[in-house]
Design a protein around this ligand. Sequence first.
Ligand code: AMP
Length: 139
Amino acid sequence: MSYDPENIFAKILRGEIPCEKIFEDDETLAFMDIMPRSKGHCLVIPKTRCRNMLDATPKQLSACITTVQRVAQAAKTAMGAQGITIQQFNEAAGGQEVLHLHYHIHPRHEGVPMGPAGQMGDFGEIKAHAEKIRAALES
Ligand code: AMP
């Protein structure tokens, strides 16, 4: 399976389409999901090419997981959540739609189920959640 450089996250990394960025370091980028399934749903991706966890290098995996932990802690605080669900899908049969490795971070509240996939979010609300998460990351 080869990497398609025209996937949407590759375009975000090249700055060809915008994203609501919440964090970046040399190896990873975190930004808000535009079809959030939870309040504060965000994504972590490596800046270098790989389809998913099946072809990622140990360096890509460790960089991503380090950022996932950091952003998850901030998102939990920012959203006043009691827990976090991390999701990660591999290949179409495994539920993956965008073929660039990514981790979903979902702040979770007791008794509140995750929403359905594929429904465009309210951009004002997504921006407000991003601001809270960025603030928590800086504090
Ligand atoms: P999956 O590949 O199934 O793990 O999910 C891909 C995720 O990317 C979905 O949750 C989409 O809502 C999200 N997504 C797709 N396009 C964008 C985009 N331009 N900016 C942010 N999130 C996106």
